[in-house]
Ligand binder design. Structure first.
Ligand SMILES: *[C@@H]1O[C@H](CO)[C@@H](O)[C@H](O)[C@H]1NC(C)=O
Ligand SMILES: *[C@@H]1O[C@H](CO)[C@@H](O)[C@H](O)[C@H]1NC(C)=O
Ligand SMILES: *[C@@H]1O[C@H](CO)[C@@H](O)[C@H](O)[C@H]1NC(C)=O
Length: 330
Protein backbone atom coordinates (compact mmCIF):
# COMPACT_ATOMS: atom_id res chain seq x y z
CA UNK A 1 0.00 0.00 0.00
CA UNK A 2 2.63 2.46 1.14
CA UNK A 3 5.01 1.62 -1.70
CA UNK A 4 2.27 2.01 -4.22
CA UNK A 5 1.19 5.44 -3.02
CA UNK A 6 4.76 6.70 -3.01
CA UNK A 7 5.48 5.51 -6.51
CA UNK A 8 2.29 7.19 -7.63
CA UNK A 9 3.67 10.47 -6.33
CA UNK A 10 6.90 10.25 -8.36
CA UNK A 11 5.25 11.74 -11.38
CA UNK A 12 4.88 15.17 -9.84
CA UNK A 13 8.22 15.37 -7.99
CA UNK A 14 11.55 16.66 -9.30
CA UNK A 15 14.67 14.50 -9.19
CA UNK A 16 15.99 15.70 -5.82
CA UNK A 17 12.70 15.22 -4.09
CA UNK A 18 12.38 11.84 -5.71
CA UNK A 19 15.62 10.58 -4.20
CA UNK A 20 14.56 11.83 -0.83
CA UNK A 21 11.17 10.21 -1.07
CA UNK A 22 12.66 6.94 -2.08
CA UNK A 23 15.00 7.05 0.92
CA UNK A 24 12.12 8.01 3.13
CA UNK A 25 10.05 5.11 1.92
CA UNK A 26 12.90 2.66 2.43
CA UNK A 27 13.23 3.78 6.04
CA UNK A 28 9.57 3.36 6.65
CA UNK A 29 9.72 -0.04 5.05
CA UNK A 30 12.53 -1.12 7.37
CA UNK A 31 10.63 0.15 10.34
CA UNK A 32 7.54 -1.77 9.30
CA UNK A 33 9.50 -4.96 8.91
CA UNK A 34 10.99 -4.53 12.37
CA UNK A 35 7.60 -3.96 13.87
CA UNK A 36 6.14 -6.97 12.20
CA UNK A 37 9.09 -9.05 13.31
CA UNK A 38 8.70 -7.71 16.84
CA UNK A 39 5.09 -8.73 17.04
CA UNK A 40 5.98 -12.15 15.69
CA UNK A 41 8.43 -12.54 18.52
CA UNK A 42 6.07 -11.32 21.19
CA UNK A 43 3.10 -13.51 20.30
CA UNK A 44 3.33 -16.09 17.52
CA UNK A 45 6.74 -17.42 18.47
CA UNK A 46 5.48 -18.24 21.94
CA UNK A 47 2.09 -19.55 20.99
CA UNK A 48 2.15 -22.93 19.40
CA UNK A 49 -0.75 -25.16 18.76
CA UNK A 50 -0.68 -28.84 17.99
CA UNK A 51 -2.33 -30.50 15.05
CA UNK A 52 -5.58 -32.37 15.79
CA UNK A 53 -5.10 -35.84 17.24
CA UNK A 54 -6.18 -39.21 15.88
CA UNK A 55 -7.12 -37.91 12.46
CA UNK A 56 -8.68 -40.77 10.53
CA UNK A 57 -10.93 -41.66 7.62
CA UNK A 58 -13.68 -44.04 8.61
CA UNK A 59 -15.57 -46.06 6.02
CA UNK A 60 -19.01 -46.89 7.41
CA UNK A 61 -19.74 -49.21 4.46
CA UNK A 62 -21.82 -46.68 2.50
CA UNK A 63 -19.90 -47.33 -0.73
CA UNK A 64 -18.19 -43.95 -0.91
CA UNK A 65 -19.69 -41.80 1.82
CA UNK A 66 -16.84 -41.43 4.30
CA UNK A 67 -16.36 -39.88 7.72
CA UNK A 68 -13.31 -37.72 8.35
CA UNK A 69 -12.83 -37.46 12.10
CA UNK A 70 -10.34 -36.21 14.66
CA UNK A 71 -9.85 -35.22 18.29
CA UNK A 72 -8.96 -31.90 19.89
CA UNK A 73 -5.21 -31.24 19.87
CA UNK A 74 -3.18 -31.82 23.00
CA UNK A 75 -2.27 -28.99 25.39
CA UNK A 76 -5.05 -26.58 24.57
CA UNK A 77 -5.40 -25.82 28.30
CA UNK A 78 -4.28 -22.20 27.89
CA UNK A 79 -7.12 -21.61 25.47
CA UNK A 80 -10.01 -23.07 27.39
CA UNK A 81 -12.38 -20.19 26.72
CA UNK A 82 -11.31 -20.05 23.09
CA UNK A 83 -13.20 -21.61 20.18
CA UNK A 84 -10.69 -23.66 18.26
CA UNK A 85 -11.34 -24.13 14.57
CA UNK A 86 -10.06 -26.72 12.12
CA UNK A 87 -9.11 -26.29 8.52
CA UNK A 88 -9.81 -29.51 6.65
CA UNK A 89 -8.73 -30.22 3.09
CA UNK A 90 -9.59 -33.38 1.18
CA UNK A 91 -9.83 -34.82 -2.31
CA UNK A 92 -9.73 -37.98 -4.33
CA UNK A 93 -6.11 -38.76 -5.15
CA UNK A 94 -5.39 -37.46 -8.70
CA UNK A 95 -8.12 -34.83 -8.66
CA UNK A 96 -6.90 -31.30 -9.20
CA UNK A 97 -8.59 -29.38 -6.45
CA UNK A 98 -8.79 -29.78 -2.74
CA UNK A 99 -12.09 -29.10 -1.04
CA UNK A 100 -11.58 -26.86 1.96
CA UNK A 101 -13.77 -26.71 5.02
CA UNK A 102 -13.39 -24.61 8.16
CA UNK A 103 -15.28 -26.20 11.02
CA UNK A 104 -15.54 -26.25 14.79
CA UNK A 105 -16.77 -29.85 14.80
CA UNK A 106 -14.70 -33.01 15.17
CA UNK A 107 -16.20 -34.84 12.21
CA UNK A 108 -17.00 -34.12 8.59
CA UNK A 109 -18.77 -36.37 6.08
CA UNK A 110 -18.70 -36.37 2.31
CA UNK A 111 -18.89 -38.64 -0.71
CA UNK A 112 -15.82 -39.96 -2.53
CA UNK A 113 -15.08 -42.06 -5.57
CA UNK A 114 -13.75 -45.29 -4.05
CA UNK A 115 -12.28 -46.40 -7.37
CA UNK A 116 -9.52 -44.04 -6.31
CA UNK A 117 -7.76 -43.30 -3.08
CA UNK A 118 -8.72 -40.47 -0.77
CA UNK A 119 -6.34 -38.04 0.89
CA UNK A 120 -7.08 -35.52 3.59
CA UNK A 121 -5.19 -33.13 5.84
CA UNK A 122 -6.21 -31.04 8.77
CA UNK A 123 -4.73 -28.35 10.98
CA UNK A 124 -5.79 -26.45 14.06
CA UNK A 125 -6.56 -22.73 13.84
CA UNK A 126 -6.40 -20.48 16.89
CA UNK A 127 -8.27 -17.30 16.02
CA UNK A 128 -6.56 -13.93 16.64
CA UNK A 129 -8.71 -13.01 19.62
CA UNK A 130 -7.26 -16.02 21.49
CA UNK A 131 -3.64 -15.09 20.85
CA UNK A 132 -3.73 -11.29 21.19
CA UNK A 133 -2.39 -11.21 17.69
CA UNK A 134 -2.85 -12.94 14.39
CA UNK A 135 -4.32 -16.37 13.80
CA UNK A 136 -2.04 -19.25 14.78
CA UNK A 137 -2.02 -22.44 12.71
CA UNK A 138 -0.69 -25.84 13.61
CA UNK A 139 1.16 -28.11 11.23
CA UNK A 140 -0.93 -30.45 9.09
CA UNK A 141 -1.98 -33.93 10.12
CA UNK A 142 -2.40 -36.06 7.01
CA UNK A 143 -4.12 -39.30 6.22
CA UNK A 144 -4.97 -41.35 3.14
CA UNK A 145 -7.53 -44.07 2.56
CA UNK A 146 -7.86 -46.81 -0.01
CA UNK A 147 -10.65 -49.31 0.07
CA UNK A 148 -9.18 -52.77 -0.47
CA UNK A 149 -8.91 -52.87 -4.23
CA UNK A 150 -8.41 -56.55 -4.90
CA UNK A 151 -8.24 -58.15 -8.33
CA UNK A 152 -6.95 -57.00 -11.72
CA UNK A 153 -8.48 -54.02 -13.46
CA UNK A 154 -9.68 -56.34 -16.23
CA UNK A 155 -11.99 -58.15 -13.84
CA UNK A 156 -14.13 -55.03 -13.29
CA UNK A 157 -17.54 -54.84 -14.93
CA UNK A 158 -17.77 -52.80 -18.13
CA UNK A 159 -20.34 -50.43 -19.68
CA UNK A 160 -22.38 -49.77 -16.58
CA UNK A 161 -25.61 -48.07 -17.62
CA UNK A 162 -28.27 -46.82 -15.22
CA UNK A 163 -31.58 -45.29 -16.30
CA UNK A 164 -34.39 -44.01 -14.09
CA UNK A 165 -37.40 -44.77 -16.30
CA UNK A 166 -40.19 -42.21 -15.96
CA UNK A 167 -38.74 -41.14 -12.59
CA UNK A 168 -40.08 -44.43 -11.21
CA UNK A 169 -38.06 -47.48 -12.09
CA UNK A 170 -34.30 -47.59 -11.75
CA UNK A 171 -32.56 -50.16 -13.86
CA UNK A 172 -28.82 -50.75 -14.17
CA UNK A 173 -27.04 -53.10 -16.51
CA UNK A 174 -23.43 -54.04 -17.15
CA UNK A 175 -21.16 -56.44 -19.01
CA UNK A 176 -18.68 -58.71 -17.31
CA UNK A 177 -14.99 -57.93 -17.26
CA UNK A 178 -12.85 -58.90 -20.20
CA UNK A 179 -11.54 -62.41 -20.10
CA UNK A 180 -12.87 -63.24 -16.64
CA UNK A 181 -13.26 -66.87 -15.73
CA UNK A 182 -16.58 -68.48 -16.61
CA UNK A 183 -17.62 -68.92 -12.99
CA UNK A 184 -17.41 -65.16 -12.29
CA UNK A 185 -20.62 -63.58 -11.05
CA UNK A 186 -21.26 -60.01 -10.00
CA UNK A 187 -23.33 -58.47 -7.23
CA UNK A 188 -24.71 -54.96 -6.92
CA UNK A 189 -24.96 -53.01 -3.66
CA UNK A 190 -26.42 -49.54 -3.22
CA UNK A 191 -26.81 -46.88 -0.59
CA UNK A 192 -28.13 -43.33 -0.25
CA UNK A 193 -28.68 -41.08 2.75
CA UNK A 194 -31.69 -42.42 4.56
CA UNK A 195 -30.84 -46.13 4.28
CA UNK A 196 -29.41 -47.68 7.45
CA UNK A 197 -26.90 -49.77 5.52
CA UNK A 198 -25.95 -50.70 1.98
CA UNK A 199 -28.49 -53.04 0.38
CA UNK A 200 -27.91 -55.75 -2.17
CA UNK A 201 -29.97 -55.86 -5.34
CA UNK A 202 -33.01 -58.06 -4.72
CA UNK A 203 -34.05 -58.52 -8.36
CA UNK A 204 -31.14 -59.31 -10.68
CA UNK A 205 -31.46 -59.47 -14.44
CA UNK A 206 -29.78 -62.71 -15.41
CA UNK A 207 -28.39 -64.27 -18.55
CA UNK A 208 -27.33 -67.92 -18.30
CA UNK A 209 -27.59 -67.66 -14.55
CA UNK A 210 -25.19 -64.68 -14.38
CA UNK A 211 -26.17 -61.28 -13.05
CA UNK A 212 -25.97 -58.64 -15.76
CA UNK A 213 -28.28 -56.03 -14.33
CA UNK A 214 -30.53 -55.01 -11.49
CA UNK A 215 -34.15 -53.87 -11.24
CA UNK A 216 -34.39 -51.69 -8.17
CA UNK A 217 -37.39 -51.66 -5.86
CA UNK A 218 -39.32 -48.46 -5.14
CA UNK A 219 -36.72 -46.02 -3.78
CA UNK A 220 -38.16 -43.78 -1.11
CA UNK A 221 -36.79 -40.19 -0.85
CA UNK A 222 -33.87 -40.90 -3.10
CA UNK A 223 -33.89 -37.88 -5.44
CA UNK A 224 -31.56 -34.92 -5.22
CA UNK A 225 -28.96 -36.79 -3.22
CA UNK A 226 -25.93 -38.85 -4.10
CA UNK A 227 -26.77 -42.43 -4.97
CA UNK A 228 -23.87 -44.82 -4.39
CA UNK A 229 -23.44 -48.15 -6.15
CA UNK A 230 -20.80 -50.84 -5.88
CA UNK A 231 -20.69 -53.79 -8.24
CA UNK A 232 -18.29 -56.42 -6.96
CA UNK A 233 -18.05 -60.08 -7.71
CA UNK A 234 -16.54 -63.41 -7.00
CA UNK A 235 -14.84 -66.23 -8.81
CA UNK A 236 -13.11 -69.40 -7.64
CA UNK A 237 -10.08 -68.63 -9.75
CA UNK A 238 -9.27 -64.98 -9.05
CA UNK A 239 -10.35 -61.97 -7.00
CA UNK A 240 -12.73 -59.57 -8.77
CA UNK A 241 -12.12 -55.83 -8.72
CA UNK A 242 -15.14 -53.86 -7.45
CA UNK A 243 -16.45 -50.79 -9.35
CA UNK A 244 -17.97 -47.76 -7.67
CA UNK A 245 -20.48 -45.28 -9.10
CA UNK A 246 -22.09 -42.10 -7.78
CA UNK A 247 -24.96 -40.27 -9.48
CA UNK A 248 -28.18 -38.44 -8.68
CA UNK A 249 -31.38 -40.07 -9.83
CA UNK A 250 -33.04 -36.94 -11.24
CA UNK A 251 -30.14 -36.63 -13.67
CA UNK A 252 -30.66 -40.01 -15.32
CA UNK A 253 -34.44 -39.87 -15.88
CA UNK A 254 -35.74 -41.15 -19.19
CA UNK A 255 -39.45 -40.44 -19.70
CA UNK A 256 -41.81 -42.90 -21.38
CA UNK A 257 -42.86 -42.10 -24.95
CA UNK A 258 -46.00 -39.93 -25.36
CA UNK A 259 -49.33 -41.72 -25.18
CA UNK A 260 -52.15 -41.72 -27.74
CA UNK A 261 -50.59 -39.88 -30.61
CA UNK A 262 -53.40 -38.70 -32.88
CA UNK A 263 -53.36 -37.00 -36.24
CA UNK A 264 -56.16 -34.76 -37.50
CA UNK A 265 -56.05 -33.66 -41.12
CA UNK A 266 -58.21 -30.55 -41.24
CA UNK A 267 -57.63 -29.66 -44.84
CA UNK A 268 -55.11 -30.70 -47.38
CA UNK A 269 -52.65 -28.21 -45.86
CA UNK A 270 -53.47 -28.16 -42.16
CA UNK A 271 -52.48 -31.04 -40.02
CA UNK A 272 -52.85 -31.17 -36.28
CA UNK A 273 -50.95 -33.60 -34.14
CA UNK A 274 -51.92 -34.30 -30.53
CA UNK A 275 -50.70 -36.62 -27.82
CA UNK A 276 -51.16 -37.31 -24.13
CA UNK A 277 -48.53 -37.04 -21.51
CA UNK A 278 -47.41 -40.35 -20.09
CA UNK A 279 -48.83 -41.23 -16.72
CA UNK A 280 -46.39 -41.04 -13.85
CA UNK A 281 -44.87 -38.74 -11.29
CA UNK A 282 -43.27 -36.21 -13.65
CA UNK A 283 -45.24 -32.92 -13.76
CA UNK A 284 -46.45 -31.82 -17.21
CA UNK A 285 -44.48 -28.60 -17.08
CA UNK A 286 -41.25 -30.54 -16.95
CA UNK A 287 -41.58 -31.93 -20.45
CA UNK A 288 -40.43 -30.71 -23.78
CA UNK A 289 -41.50 -32.59 -26.92
CA UNK A 290 -39.51 -33.11 -30.03
CA UNK A 291 -41.37 -33.63 -33.30
CA UNK A 292 -39.65 -35.08 -36.31
CA UNK A 293 -41.60 -34.57 -39.50
CA UNK A 294 -40.67 -36.08 -42.80
CA UNK A 295 -42.13 -34.80 -46.05
CA UNK A 296 -40.73 -35.26 -49.51
CA UNK A 297 -37.59 -36.86 -48.12
CA UNK A 298 -37.00 -33.69 -46.12
CA UNK A 299 -36.90 -34.04 -42.35
CA UNK A 300 -37.81 -31.26 -39.97
CA UNK A 301 -37.24 -31.32 -36.26
CA UNK A 302 -39.06 -28.94 -34.00
CA UNK A 303 -39.73 -28.75 -30.28
CA UNK A 304 -42.68 -27.58 -28.22
CA UNK A 305 -43.78 -27.53 -24.61
CA UNK A 306 -47.47 -27.96 -25.59
CA UNK A 307 -48.92 -31.38 -26.19
CA UNK A 308 -50.09 -30.54 -29.70
CA UNK A 309 -48.71 -28.93 -32.82
CA UNK A 310 -50.07 -27.62 -36.14
CA UNK A 311 -48.17 -28.29 -39.28
CA UNK A 312 -48.78 -26.57 -42.60
CA UNK A 313 -48.15 -29.07 -45.29
CA UNK A 314 -46.26 -27.82 -48.31
CA UNK A 315 -46.23 -30.83 -50.61
CA UNK A 316 -49.32 -32.12 -52.35
CA UNK A 317 -51.52 -34.86 -51.00
CA UNK A 318 -50.04 -37.74 -52.84
CA UNK A 319 -46.90 -37.60 -50.72
CA UNK A 320 -46.44 -39.65 -47.61
CA UNK A 321 -45.95 -37.81 -44.35
CA UNK A 322 -44.28 -39.25 -41.31
CA UNK A 323 -44.31 -37.95 -37.74
CA UNK A 324 -42.25 -38.97 -34.77
CA UNK A 325 -42.83 -37.49 -31.35
CA UNK A 326 -40.67 -38.01 -28.32
CA UNK A 327 -40.41 -36.25 -25.05
CA UNK A 328 -37.63 -35.06 -22.94
CA UNK A 329 -37.59 -34.23 -19.30
CA UNK A 330 -36.28 -30.70 -18.67
C1 LIG B 1 -3.93 -11.62 26.00
O1 LIG B 1 -4.03 -10.42 26.70
C2 LIG B 1 -4.69 -10.52 27.96
C3 LIG B 1 -4.81 -9.14 28.55
O2 LIG B 1 -3.71 -8.35 28.27
C4 LIG B 1 -3.90 -11.46 28.87
O3 LIG B 1 -4.56 -11.61 30.12
C5 LIG B 1 -3.80 -12.80 28.19
O4 LIG B 1 -3.00 -13.68 28.95
C6 LIG B 1 -3.19 -12.67 26.80
N1 LIG B 1 -3.22 -13.95 26.15
C7 LIG B 1 -2.23 -14.44 25.44
C8 LIG B 1 -2.46 -15.76 24.84
O5 LIG B 1 -1.16 -13.86 25.32
C1 LIG C 1 -19.28 -56.68 -2.09
O1 LIG C 1 -19.63 -55.45 -1.45
C2 LIG C 1 -20.47 -55.61 -0.32
C3 LIG C 1 -20.87 -54.22 0.12
O2 LIG C 1 -19.76 -53.43 0.39
C4 LIG C 1 -19.77 -56.41 0.74
O3 LIG C 1 -20.62 -56.59 1.84
C5 LIG C 1 -19.36 -57.77 0.17
O4 LIG C 1 -18.62 -58.48 1.11
C6 LIG C 1 -18.55 -57.58 -1.11
N1 LIG C 1 -18.34 -58.89 -1.72
C7 LIG C 1 -17.14 -59.27 -2.18
C8 LIG C 1 -17.08 -60.60 -2.81
O5 LIG C 1 -16.16 -58.55 -2.09
C1 LIG D 1 -47.89 -32.73 -56.97
O1 LIG D 1 -46.52 -32.42 -57.02
C2 LIG D 1 -45.86 -32.75 -58.21
C3 LIG D 1 -44.38 -32.51 -58.07
O2 LIG D 1 -44.15 -31.39 -57.27
C4 LIG D 1 -46.52 -31.95 -59.37
O3 LIG D 1 -45.91 -32.34 -60.59
C5 LIG D 1 -48.00 -32.25 -59.41
O4 LIG D 1 -48.62 -31.48 -60.38
C6 LIG D 1 -48.64 -31.97 -58.06
N1 LIG D 1 -50.02 -32.40 -58.05
C7 LIG D 1 -50.99 -31.64 -57.54
C8 LIG D 1 -52.36 -32.24 -57.58
O5 LIG D 1 -50.81 -30.53 -57.10
Amino acid sequence: MLEKRKSGNFKILNLGEMAFTRLDSRCLYTLLICMAFGSTLSSNAEINVNAPQDFEIVDPGYLGYLYLQWQRPLSLDNFKECTVEYELKYRNIDSENWKTVITKNLCYKDGFDLNKGVEAKIRTLLPGQCTNGSEVQSSWAEVTYWTSLQGNLGTKIQDMDCIYYNWQDLLCSWKSGMGVHFDTNYNLFYWYEGLHHALQCADYIKVNGKNIGCRFPYLESSDYKDFYICVNGSSESEPIRPSYFIFQLQNIVKPLPPDYLSLIVKSSEDISLKWNMPRGPIPAKCFIYEIKFTEDDTTWVTTTVENEIYIARTSNESKRLCFLVRQKYL
